[in-house]
Design a protein around this ligand. Structure first.
Ligand code: V47
Length: 730
């Protein structure tokens, strides 16, 4: 492992840093060094510019099929404060912004059970009808993946239809944390990391620019953050197309992760700076002011951020419902003043990071739609210009971009100049000096303020978090919760029970999982006072209502059963004339569940679903299971219309507790095998993570090759179909 000085030198030479380097920076680097290195990297990509735009959000519904632990926005259908906009209402919302100078509408909302791809496309068309010159940045990969799955078409075809409807770029939401284990805890129903990445990969290959995010500061570890950044960097190497990375700070009000608390501003600055340093192939890092608040956003500009998002105009509720700014709105003057105060040059951008030039006449009139001829390509020395490039004539490089004419006339520096008072001898001398040497005076001022800021941050925040004083996290697996609490108290750690399971084979109160996790080969250290989150085995088996899940798609039924903490006993397939993967019947122990049944069952009870298949769709393909934990592998099999066969543990699995930390290292039928729906796949599990990781790597490479082959085969088929149809026409 390299030490801090070696890593810092590498960054200064503009070299890529490794995941190990990032870990060292996260744990050991002083804040001032991170600020310096990140700012150096920022300057290489965007010089003195910091970007903002004029935008609004449109959140058509907060009703969502998924029930993520961190989400304060989601409501169920029928809840008092649930909202749902019809297509006409979406259009009316867009019409409210007619005649304003916004350049972007960002559409994102809950995954509504009644929305399909057609609805999503219709919403985009409704917005474009009212605001034809405005860019529609629409739908997270989670929403896109859901609608495409629901429709039963390929990702490429789904994206093609959205693009045709007017979607120009894709926001970065839904990425959360990619690590499969953590994802299973905080957002088990959302699409997997691989699926999220697959949507963005496909978009990049179709020249659709996208953003990416990371939800940090809850129960994830530093290693999981770095792994997340690494996966984004790899995708960007492979298929460039990310315009910006947005670290999203977790907000704790009104959601089930609240006990995790919120991380410190120091942690925010570290996250922003290390993201800037690590993601050397993503042009922009956005400090989303709605999430951070104005003061922290301004500070983030000293840690490598070069974008602060836009005017918003009180159009998003995701953050206010989680404890963020109540009615988020900022004028252009306020945004520009924030950038200027941080010592950078504000540049208004459009959705593709082209600078927007407005002449004073235009800004004075509210109707100031940006026309393509007013766009200027923003300077970047990255090669990543595949997407997000101007589709219009490039007028000038941003280095020469004149300061936007709408910049506030009373920037903070000029205010300072006018507050020098008469009569004080010292102040008089200062004033004379200032008059004679204005440039030197400004430089001295900037130096003094910069130093003060760094010293305050370093000592203030560092002491506040008792940096350097660390404790080795104990292994609590298998212990009784009360014993563990006593041990943790002696070590100045807090134990929080955040989940419970029921396993008949284990005594009540046994700890079956913990975060952060530790093992005989991997020590984890934390600061005193930190919380250790544990999952315990419940003393009594909880009873739950069995929902009626027939007469809907298999995916919807699986989601609903999972939300009720029930599981699948078996999928039985039955031929049908019209549909595939539609649930025909539901039963438990041979007894049918009907819409009027009112049955309670113990958590974890298995339900049998009878599911339809059309005769031409009797077969399905086996998904990639290697690397997943048991629950994820089961979900993935059911989702593909397959059953879980035997479960075989290798010799590394010593007891019932260690079974819970296993992952799949082998599957009886490899990825891509064509099987009859309802067939069984045997899973082989191990606790040996080195073995699992190495086999998962091979399997992932295999999966990539498989995807590539499928893509080529599909392209070939399409080409042949096209050629065939044109030959017929002739
Ligand atoms: O995916 C949800 C996050 C995201 C909470 O692409 C929360 O330009 C903190 O992605 N605390 C949606 N975060 C917002 C988003 C976004 C925002 C601004 C700009 C762009 C862009 C994208 O908000 C979700 C999730 O990660 N989120 N709940 C919460 N309690």
């Amino acid at each position: 492992m390299r030490n801090i000085n070696e890593i810092a030198d590498a960054v200064r030479r503009n070299e890529r840093i490794t995941c190990d380097d990032a870990l060292v920076l996260w744990r050991e680097a002083p804040l001032w060094l991170l600020g310096e290195l990140a700012t150096e990297r920022k300057r290489r990509t965007s010089g003195e510019s910091v970007y903002y735009n004029r935008n609004v959000h449109l959140e058509p519904t907060n009703i969502c099929l998924f029930n993520c632990e961190f989400c304060s926005f989601r409501r169920r259908e029928g809840d008092n404060d649930a909202w749902y906009l019809s297509l006409d209402e979406v259009e009316a919302c867009a019409a409210e912004h007619k005649g304003t100078d916004i350049t972007e509408v960002h559409i994102v909302g809950g995954v509504h059970p009644k929305h399909d791809l057609g609805t999503y496309c219709a919403m985009i068309r409704a917005v474009k009808r009212q605001l034809p010159h405005v860019t529609v940045k629409a739908y997270t990969a989670v929403e896109i993946f859901y609608m495409i799955r629901h429709e039963g078409i390929s990702v490429v075809e789904g994206l093609r239809r959205l693009k045709e409807a007017g979607m120009e770029c894709i926001p970065g939401g839904g990425a959360e944390i990619f690590d499969a284990e953590l994802r299973a805890k905080i957002c088990p129903e959302k699409c997997s990391a691989e699926e999220w990445l697959a949507v963005h990969r496909a978009a990049h290959n179709m020249d659709i620019a996208t953003n990416c995010t990371m939800l940090y500061g809850h129960i994830e570890s530093i290693e999981q953050r770095i792994d997340h950044l690494d996966r984004l960097r790899k995708l960007q190497d492979e298929a460039p197309g990310f315009d910006a990375f947005i670290p999203l700070k977790y907000h704790s009000r009104g959601n089930r992760l609240a006990e995790a608390g919120e991380c410190s501003t120091e942690e925010d600055m570290r996250t922003i700076a290390i993201s800037r340093i690590f993601l050397d192939n993503i042009p922009h890092i956005k400090a989303y002011w709605v999430s951070y608040g104005k003061a922290t956003t301004e500070m983030a500009l000293a840690f490598g951020a070069d974008d602060i998002d836009g005017t918003i105009g009180d159009t998003t509720k995701i953050y206010s419902m989680a404890g963020g700014i109540e009615r988020p709105t900022m004028s252009v003057a306020e945004l520009e003043a924030m950038v200027t105060a941080a010592g950078f040059r504000p540049v208004e951008r459009d959705s593709h990071y082209n600078a927007v030039e407005r002449n004073t006449m235009v800004t004075a009139t509210p109707i100031a739609t940006v026309h393509s001829s007013e766009k200027t390509k923003i300077d970047t020395d990255m090669n990543n210009t595949k997407v997000g490039q101007p589709k219009v004539e490039i007028k000038a490089q941003a280095k020469d971009t004149p300061k936007p004419k709408s910049a506030p006339k009373s920037a903070p520096k000029s205010t300072k100049k006018t507050t020098v008072t008469k009569g004080s001898g010292f102040m008089e001398r200062v004033k004379r000096f200032y008059g004679r040497f204005p440039v030197i005076s400004h430089m001295i001022l900037i130096l003094v303020f910069g130093l003060l800021l760094l010293v305050t941050l370093y000592f203030g925040l560092n002491l506040g978090t008792r940096h350097g004083n660390v404790i080795k996290v104990p292994n609590l697996l298998g212990m009784n919760i009360e014993d563990a609490r006593r041990e943790a108290r002696d070590m100045e750690l807090n134990i929080i029970v955040r989940d419970s399971i029921f396993d008949v084979n284990l005594p009540g109160g046994t700890i079956v999982d913990q975060l952060p996790r530790t093992s005989s080969v991997r020590d984890v250290t934390v600061k005193p006072g930190r919380k250790i989150y544990v999952t315990t085995n419940a003393y009594n088996r909880r009873m739950v209502d069995v929902p009626y899940v027939a007469k809907q798609t298999l995916r919807q039924a699986l989601n609903q059963l999972q939300r009720s903490s029930l599981t699948i006993d078996k999928l039985i397939y039955e031929a049908d004339m019209t549909s595939t993967d539609y649930v025909l019947r539901e039963s438990i122990d041979g007894e049918d569940i009907t819409p009027t049944s009112s049955i309670k069952m113990a958590v974890g009870t298995g339900v049998t679903l009878t599911v339809s298949y059309r005769s031409d769709e009797q077969h399905t393909t086996v998904p990639l299971l290697v690397g997943l934990n048991l629950q994820q592998a089961k979900n993935s099999l059911w989702d593909s219309g397959l059953n879980v066969g035997k479960i075989v543990y290798d010799e590394s699995v010593e007891d019932l507790i260690s079974r819970r930390t296993t992952r799949v290292y082998k599957q009886s039928q490899p990825l891509g095998t064509s099987l009859r729906r309802g067939s069984e796949v045997t899973l082989y599990l191990s606790c040996d993570m080195e073995l699992v990781d190495s086999l998962a790597k091979i399997a992932n490479d295999e999966a990539k090759r498989y995807e590539e082959q499928r893509r080529k085969a599909l392209e070939k088929q399409r080409r042949e179909e096209r050629e065939g149809s044109s030959a017929t026409e002739e």
